[in-house]
Design a protein around this ligand. Structure first.
Ligand SMILES: [Zn+2]
Length: 172
């Protein structure tokens, strides 16, 4: 799926599920599409996972990470669910390691990881809302201050917000 299609898909789903408001409720999103989310202590180098087995869909989240990271991990795994797990005849498992998502270098990431990250960013930081929030910021603040305010409003990490804004080319 192209990045454009992923943007359109997340927007459509947020609107259809009546979740198109800040901060995006990823837990509700998961619940409404039939995915369970559980805290799961599985060691420090894993952020989360998605398992789909016998029509049961489960996302496990590392409770030792920040709330913002947990939200991003849930959104990332939801991306795998929506984009890569739709063939229900097959049991699937995706595991997300800590740190690779916030890495600017996408070289070495496979296509599915890139798509899941794009889905997560689009889901948590929908472009139309982000554009509006950016426009409504006072224009005498620095980019850094803007990022801090927006990250808080969208409940994402500053790194994720910076990356999203750069990707969309919203800072000139
Ligand atoms: Zn992944």
């Amino acid at each position: 799926m192209t990045l454009k299609e992923i943007e359109a898909l997340t927007l459509r789903m947020l609107q259809n599920l009546n979740l198109f408001k800040l901060p995006i409720n990823v837990l509700k999103f998961a619940e409404l599409i039939g995915v369970k989310v559980k805290m799961n202590d599985f060691g420090d180098d894993v952020s989360g996972f998605l398992v789909t087995k016998n029509n049961q869909n489960l996302i496990g989240i590392n409770p030792s990470e920040s709330k913002q990271r947990q939200r991003f991990t849930i959104a990332h795994e939801l991306g795998h669910f929506m984009l890569h797990a739709q063939n229900r005849n097959k049991d699937l498992m995706f595991i997300s390691k800590v740190h690779f998502r916030d890495n600017n270098s996408t070289t070495g990431e496979n296509q599915k990881e890139i798509e899941a990250n794009a889905f997560a960013a689009a889901l948590l930081m929908p472009k139309p809302i982000l554009q509006l929030e950016l426009d409504n910021l006072p224009n005498n603040i620095s980019e850094e201050e803007a990022i801090t305010i927006l990250a808080k409003r969208f409940q994402v990490s500053s790194i994720a917000m910076t990356y999203r804004i750069e990707r969309l080319g919203l800072f000139n």
